[in-house]
Design a protein around this ligand. Structure first.
Ligand SMILES: [Ca+2]
Ligand SMILES: [Ca+2]
Length: 461
């Protein structure tokens, strides 16, 4: 231990620190129609319009070639008008220090300590919220962990296998009581070459105050093959990516309506897979995904998995409509009964839950990459009936009903999306996107179509 501190001290003293800043400034806005048919029992709030702005700076201080301090702060994050779509995260802040952590490259591995981004695989379970790589929409949340983690290559610095172990204090994750910290113990096994990345991130989560003990293994794989590798010169690349996560164990930090605090078993499954191919200026992707549901959302076993809200699928179905309806439900259940505060977990914040979906997409790049046009189709069906805890447990005394009080259904319906991006200069772009969503019986009786448009102006530096 003493030699470790001596090493740290020497790496601090050898060189003069250098400094660089990354970050972005963005303006986003949108309009979403809110027809009366897609409306929670008790009435909705009409059409949504919003304009929001954010400036984020991510400075890095390099004390030496092996020791870096990473900081991330939002210096302005404001809603000018309205709320952020149906999916209301309407907090306005002037300065918020999101992250600060050190990365120390020791002779035996990489040590990271502090408040750092939490991300794994495709971001289905934990998602840093960084960057602009979602097919539609932008990321608004971002996971952060108070963590100490050590990563090393046990088979030598030239080998492909990475092993990491770590410890987190978590406070903003789902499936814990948000009023208290939980402990996460994590282990990662990762194998990486130029064409293949694969690994498993496994978490053991403990929260004594809520008798929570969960085991969460999360598998990820990505295979990226250049066209020549498969003997097809017209093909630019072929790519396959997948993530699959299971949450199992038991907890008392569970949404409950009129049941009091009891410990529940949990078994939840989420998975996504994408197959992509690039030919000339075209890129095609077929994405499929699965999130388990819970036909008894206020009690019994915990079985609903909700994707991370920064894993965007489409523009309207999950991102806006389901987010809006589930947020309303959580608020109303809390206002009307002595239910546990974890009923808030019913609010998806835009994440995919209780769904099997198919999302084929196509991207066309023109004018040497200046113009980018994206199109997508989204169809989803629920593995179990979508039961709304407010209408079913409070208004209709236990019969399985959906958001408007009609019998619970399983068809999400389908959505058509289109986006046009103009790349003005490197890291500087504007984009407009629009969607048309034809909801199925999962949302109620004969729901009308929902339409929406968003625009983004982003400057990354
Ligand atoms: Ca249940
Ligand atoms: Ca989202």
């Amino acid at each position: 231990m003493i030699s470790m501190w001596a090493l740290l001290a020497s790496s601090l003293l050898v060189a003069t620190p250098s400094f660089n800043v990354n970050g972005d400034a963005r303006l986003a806005g949108g309009y979403i129609s809110h027809p009366s048919a897609v409306e929670p029992a008790g009435g909705g709030e009409g059409d949504k319009r919003f304009v929001e702005m954010r400036v984020r700076v991510d400075p890095e201080i390099h004390f030496s070639s092996s020791l870096t301090l990473h900081v991330s702060a939002d210096i302005a994050s404001n809603i000018h008008y309205g709320s952020t779509g149906f999916n209301s995260t309407g907090d306005s802040v002037n300065f918020y220090l999101r992250r600060a952590y050190i990365k120390w490259r020791t002779p035996v591995g990489l040590l990271e300590i502090g408040r750092m981004p939490n991300h794994w695989g495709l971001g289905v379970f934990v998602n840093s919220g960084d960057g602009y790589d979602t097919p539609f929409g932008i990321k608004r949340y971002g996971d952060t962990a108070d963590r100490i983690v050590f990563a090393t290559k046990p088979l030598g610095p030239e080998s492909h296998l990475i092993v990491a172990i770590g410890y987190d204090k978590v406070s903003e994750e789902r499936i814990i009581n948000p009023q208290d910290d939980a402990d996460d113990w994590l282990a990662v096994l990762f194998y990486k070459t130029r064409t293949v990345e694969t690994g498993t991130y496994a978490v053991v989560r403990v929260q004594n105050s809520t008798r929570t003990k969960l085991f969460i293994p999360d598998f990820f794989a990505r295979v990226h093959l250049p066209g020549e590798a498969v003997g097809l010169n017209t093909l630019r690349f072929l790519r396959f990516e997948t993530e699959a996560v299971v949450i199992m164990g038991s907890t008392q930090a569970a949404p409950s309506v009129n049941d009091g605090l009891i410990k529940r078993d949990a078994f939840m499954v989420g998975a996504a897979g994408r197959f992509s191919a690039g030919v000339g200026n075209w890129e095609g992707t077929v994405e499929v995904g699965f999130a388990s549901g819970d036909a008894n959302p206020g009690g019994g076993k915990l079985t609903a998995f909700t994707f991370n809200p920064d894993y965007n699928v489409g523009i309207l179905m999950f991102e806006e409509t389901l987010a809006y309806l589930t947020a309303h439900t959580a608020e109303r259940v809390l206002a009307n009964t002595a239910s546990s505060p974890e009923i808030k977990l019913f609010n998806t914040r835009g994440g995919v839950t209780n769904a099997i979906y198919v999302n084929p997409r196509v991207v066309w790049n023109a004018l040497s990459g200046r113009l980018c046009i994206k199109g997508g189709l989204l169809y989803a069906y629920a593995p179990v009936e979508m039961v709304d805890p407010y209408t079913s447990l409070i208004l209709s005394g236990g019969s399985a009903t959906t958001f408007d009080g009609s019998p619970a259904g399983r068809n999400y319906g389908y959505e058509v999306d289109l986006a046009v991006r103009w790349n003005i200069a490197k890291g500087w772009w504007v984009e407009g996107e629009g969607g048309l969503f034809f909801p199925g019986d999962l949302f109620g009786e004969n729901p009308e179509a929902v339409s929406g448009v968003n625009f983004y102006a982003v400057l990354e530096f």
